[in-house]
Design a protein. Structure first.
Length: 109
């Protein structure tokens, strides 16, 4: 059996999160996840267990690429501090910032 990709995992977690947010019981939610994603009942319960601990839906996963660049140490410290309190990764924070920058440039461009 192959492991789930990050895209599959976020899709399944968000489905579990949605089912729980709709007030569907664990047994019924496990049956739905098992049917919709071809999971074992045990794996469906694992996704539900993880979804119960989530405060919001998981970010939609997308294939990513490694990028290396230099930034001032003070910016990295601030990013790490923010990441620790926001429960976001450094990559998520930087990606969001870049997307906001690009969107504002399109508006002014």
């Amino acid at each position: 059996m192959t492991r789930s990709t990050n895209v599959q995992k976020s899709e399944r977690l968000n489905a579990a999160y949605t089912l729980l947010a709709q007030g569907i019981g664990l047994a019924e939610a496990a049956m739905v996840l098992s049917r919709d994603f071809g999971l074992s009942r045990r794996q469906a319960y694992r996704y539900l267990e993880e979804a119960q601990a989530m405060r919001r839906p998981a970010p939609a996963a997308e294939a990513s690429m490694a990028v290396t660049f230099k930034m001032p140490a003070s910016v990295i410290r601030d990013l790490r501090a923010y990441a620790a309190t926001s429960e976001l990764t450094l990559g998520e924070i930087v990606s969001r910032a870049v997307l906001l920058f690009l969107a504002s440039e399109r508006e002014h461009g």
